[in-house]
Design a protein around this ligand. Sequence first.
Ligand SMILES: C[C@@](O)(CCOP(=O)(O)O)CC(=O)O
Ligand code: SF4
Length: 395
Amino acid sequence: MFLTKKEEQMCDGEFGETIRKSMDILVALGDIYGASKLVDITSAQVSGVSYKTIGQAGLEYLEDLASEEFEYSGINASLNPPGTDLDNWEALGFPKEFSIKQNQIVDAYGKLGISKTCTCTPYLVGNVPRFRDHVSWSESSAVAYVNSVIGARTNREGGPAALAAAIVGKTPLYGFHLDENRKANLIVNVNTELSGADWGALGYIVGKTVGGGVPYFKVQNSPNNNDLKTLGAALASSGSVALYHMENVTPEWSAAGKDDVEDYMFVGDKEILETRQKLTTTDREADLICLGCPHASLEEIKNVANIVEGKTIKNKLWICTSVSVKATADRMGYTKIIEASGGNVVCDTCMVVAPIEDMGFEVIGVNSAKAANYVPSMCGLDVVYDDVENLIHFE
Ligand SMILES: C[C@@](O)(CCOP(=O)(O)O)CC(=O)O
Ligand code: SF4
């Protein structure tokens, strides 16, 4: 891979250890994937934040990296969800030891220059690249969204690579950064109208078929942005999709080369219904309903407030989101309505990266196919997959 003189000096440690270690990661990646050079990025999104997934070793690595003096690149970078509500963990019943460690991890990232905005939907709260920008994002659902809906360019980075990219402000130029790798290779004809949890079911079905490919959707009814975030999250979890196109919806659909695609699949009512049923692992009722995978938008919180207003919820309810979205929900009065009905708007964390398996819950109700896919494997708990309206039961 070609390196400029300054990049070589960065590799040689002339700009300090933190920069040298970061360049090591980026150059190794570039060499493995045949990148021609490094390219400047405008944004990073760094996963590998939860104490549940990175543990003590991860905390020590980050504190060590943050102990050196270096000059941060200055690009806009934010964090993925940690395993606790960073400010409100005690009141919400998150384990103490875990929450303290978790805050130390986030502080170390903060010292490194990464904004402590902890969310998998940074595109809702100020980390919003522009069309065709090169970026380095690692949360898989956010990668799908930023590539597909915004039209910025990133590979599915690992947490350490996105952190390294944020620190130096560059990433190796290969994969989804290049036009030729952004073409579709599977046409998906959806011959039924979709709503709510159907979009996640569609993503789950197609992700399983396309793996790491680029699906091109033809749909009957146009999705909103919440539907697109749900679809992308599911695609990226049952498969390893980083980019999809949707006719007349996503910005690069007309450049996706659909006329050259040879593989087709059809999805109808039957497949959607079967998948919705398959994602539910139990016939018990959920004891915790957990919404906001990926993190909820203000409209999703408003919708829940409308459903629960003036009623008492039987099961527990969390809506996971970022602190910024919750601040607006507070101001709009949605949080108050939800709390009065017995639910909570939970910041920073989510049902997958929080230690919910240690918090006394057994069956988790979700409206996200990604969460339905991961809660059994990452938390060892059962899930019920359905629309919000059907998940919430009242006294
Ligand atoms: C499951 C996931 O959404 C959250 C956990 O990831 P991590 O702990 O941030 O590495 C990661 C992903 O899908 O990229
Ligand atoms: S599992 Fe869902 S809510 Fe949790 S970080 Fe991933 S996309 Fe976000």
